[in-house]
Design a protein around this ligand. Structure first.
Ligand SMILES: Cc1cc2nc3c(=O)[nH]c(=O)nc-3n(C[C@H](O)[C@H](O)[C@H](O)COP(=O)(O)O)c2cc1C
Length: 334
């Protein structure tokens, strides 16, 4: 694909720029800002009979690694008062199966719909990220039709639930730079880098990613945590520790979004963590996110994201504004 064909494919998006919810991020037009978060919606197929994917701004797929991964031992998820803890261990069917089966199904299902597809990529080595992306690009180049490949990539350098290739990729600037540079070299599609809120300097890591060629950031991944089953005197999860998601991390994600949007004005952010209502999504938007992804709340209630789109539209109409106008307009106390 040439740079000009990539550009025209993106600018011919079906989202109307005048609609109250339409937004642009990294050169892609989205009909609305609401996405399904990585790992909580599979590759769309499992959900398609229940959820009207065409009404959403986009879907971020489950992680894709070079080889299939079995993931962490059971139990892999546990609930607690503030949400959920999980250690899935990035279980996924691997590059070959995703590019020949899962992704073509999702792109065909969404043909003619404005819903964007972002593929979440993970690796056990620095090189794995570029291998996955190049592998899917290869398959896309051999496919005809308007939707031959995804609209963007999301690099998961922030998973707390694996023994190798997790959070340390995002925490070490040299490794982060190498992952993003490697990915940048094999694709023209936008790259979002997903960071952990546990980083000591999340704005610094975001800057490293953007300097290495990232187009945008996804903030945040789950927060490392431990839930104890007191009867067994053992961790609730088979892996031991896990990643905390849901309501408990909403303020954590909003703060990360605010910090990074202030440090890197104009760089698009996908805000994610604890969103369960339109007002939660608006918190991210005001803090600087252009797009907002929903995970845990949508696993509990799959049609919630559609309702949030409708509620967001009503809110914008009632306030005579648009999402575009709201991004980053948080007013800090003097
Ligand atoms: C069961 C589960 C699986 C997840 N898998 C992935 C994944 O494959 N890649 C990734 O980057 N994030 C993954 N995440 C993190 C979510 O995309 C999201 O960042 C996090 O759950 C916070 O959002 P939430 O509070 O709305 O769930 C997963 C989260 C959960 C709960």
């Amino acid at each position: 694909m040439t740079a000009s064909s990539t550009h025209s494919a993106r600018s011919s998006a079906q989202a109307s720029p005048d609609a109250p919810l339409a937004v642009d991020a990294a050169g892609i037009a989205f009909a609305n800002p609401i996405l399904l978060a990585a790992g909580t919606a599979g590759y769309g197929r499992e959900l398609a009979s229940v959820v009207a994917l065409e009404k959403l701004g986009g879907i971020v797929t489950k992680a894709v690694s070079v080889a299939p991964r079995d993931g962490a031992p059971a139990p892999r998820v546990a609930e607690f008062g503030g949400g959920m803890i999980n250690a899935i261990g990035l279980a996924n069917p691997g590059l070959e199966s995703v590019r020949s089966e899962h992704l073509p199904w999702l792109l065909a299902h969404l043909a003619g719909a404005p819903t964007r597809v972002i593929v979440n990529v993970v690796g056990s080595t620095v090189e794995d990220f570029a291998t996955v992306i190049a592998g899917i690009e290869d398959a896309a180049a051999r496919t005809s039709g308007a939707r031959a490949g995804p609209d963007a990539w999301e690099l998961n350098v922030s998973c707390p639930n694996v023994r190798a290739g997790g959070m340390e990729f995002g925490a070490d600037p040299a490794t982060l730079r190498a992952v993003v540079t490697g990915a940048r070299a094999v694709t023209r599609r936008p790259l979002f880098v997903k960071l952990s809120p546990a980083l000591a300097d999340i704005a610094g890591a975001a800057r490293t990613a953007v300097d290495a060629g990232a187009d945008g950031l996804t903030l945040v991944n789950t927060v490392p945590g431990l839930v104890v089953d007191v009867e067994r005197r053992a961790p609730a999860l088979g892996f031991g520790t896990g990643g905390v998601s849901g309501a408990a991390i909403l303020p954590v994600g909003v703060l990360a979004t605010w910090k990074v949007s202030r440090a890197l004005p104009g760089v698009p952010i996908i805000g994610v963590g604890g969103v369960a209502s339109a007002t939660d999504a608006l918190q991210y938007v005001l803090a600087g996110a252009t797009l907002v992804a929903i995970g845990t709340a949508a696993m509990r209630e799959p049609r919630l994201p559609e309702r949030i789109v409708a509620d967001l539209r009503r809110w914008c109409e009632a306030h005579g504004t648009t999402v575009r106008q709201l991004v980053g307009t948080l007013e800090w106390p003097a």
